[in-house]
Design a protein around this ligand. Sequence first.
Ligand code: NAD
Ligand code: 0WE
Length: 266
Amino acid sequence: MGYLTGKRVLILGVASKLSIASGIAEAMHREGAELAFTYQTDKLKERVLKFAAGWDSDMVYPCDVSSDEQITQLFESVGERWDGIDCIVHCLAFAPGSELDGNYVDVTTREGFLTAHEISSYSFVALAQAGKKLMEGRNGSMLTLSYLGAVRSLPNYNVMGLAKASLEANVRYMASSLGPSGTRVNGISAGPIRTLAASGIKSFRTMLDHNAKQTPLRRNVTIEEVGNAASFLCSDLASGISGEILYVDGGFNTTAMGSLNDLADN
Ligand code: NAD
Ligand code: 0WE
C-alpha cells in the first residue's frame, strides 16, 4: 500500500508531460493518492483531461490564478466531489518574457514586477484562503515549487528571483498561520529542468550543461526526483516538517567554486 493511500490531492500546473506537476502527479498516483487537476486556459483543457485519465482521475477544473472568481469556483467544484482536501500542490509561475532576458536593472518594469509577484507568489496564499475550509483538521499540507534564484542572483532570472523570494517567505508565514489548524506548508527548490516554462528561456541548454558540471552529483535532476520528494513532503512521513524549503538540486546550492574540472589549467 502506498504512503499516500487515502490522500486527496489538488495539483495546479500540469501543462505537458514534462511539467514538474506531471512528475509530482505520477509519483503521488503511484503512492495511492486520489488526484484532481486544474488548467490555466481552455487550450490546455483536453490535454489535462487526458493526463488526468492516465492517473485515474476525471476531476479537472479551470483555474487561472489571476482570477478571484476562478479560485473561488475551483473549491466549490472540488467540494461537490470531495468532503475535504489533504494537499494542494502549487506548481506554477509567470513573469512576462521580456523580464527574463537581459540586465535586471534595465529590463524590470512596474507591470512585470507586479505580474510576477501576483501569479507566482500571491496565488499561493490565495489558494490557502479559498481552500482553508476543505483542508482544516485533516493533517493536510500545501506545497509549492521554488528556485535558487530566490536566494542567489543569477543571469536573466531577474524579477522571478524576487517573486520566488516572496514565495519562500509566503511558505513560512503560511506555515505559521495554518499550523494551528493542522496544515503544514513547504516548498521544494528544484534544480533547472527542461519544461515548457524553461523552453522560452535563452541559453537554457547552456545553463543545464553548466549546472550538471558544477553539481556534486554531476548531473541535472529529473521531474521524477522532484515528484518523489513532493510525495514525501505531502505524506504523513513528513508530519514534523513545516515552513521548510527542501532543495532537490543534486546539491548545487551547497557548493562554491563548483568543480574545477572544466577549466583549462586545473
Ligand atoms: P510548466 O510550463 O510545465 O508549468 C508552468 C505552469 O504554470 C503551467 O501549467 C501554466 O499553465 C501555469 N501557469 C502560468 N500562469 C498561470 C496562471 N495565471 N494561472 C494558472 N496557471 C498558470 O513549467 P515547470 O517548470 O514545470 O514549472 C512549475 C513550477 O516549477 C514553477 O513554479 C517554476 O517556477 C518551478 N521551477 C521550475 C524549474 C525548472 O527549471 N523548470 C526549477 C525550479 C522551479
Ligand atoms: O521558474 C522558472 C521559470 C518560470 C517562468 C518561465 C517563463 C518563460 C516564458 C516564468 N515566466 C515565464 N514567462 C514566459 O514568458 N524556472 C526556475 C526555470 C528557469 O527560468 C529561467 C532560469 C531557470 C532555471 C530564466 C532565466 C534564467 C534561469
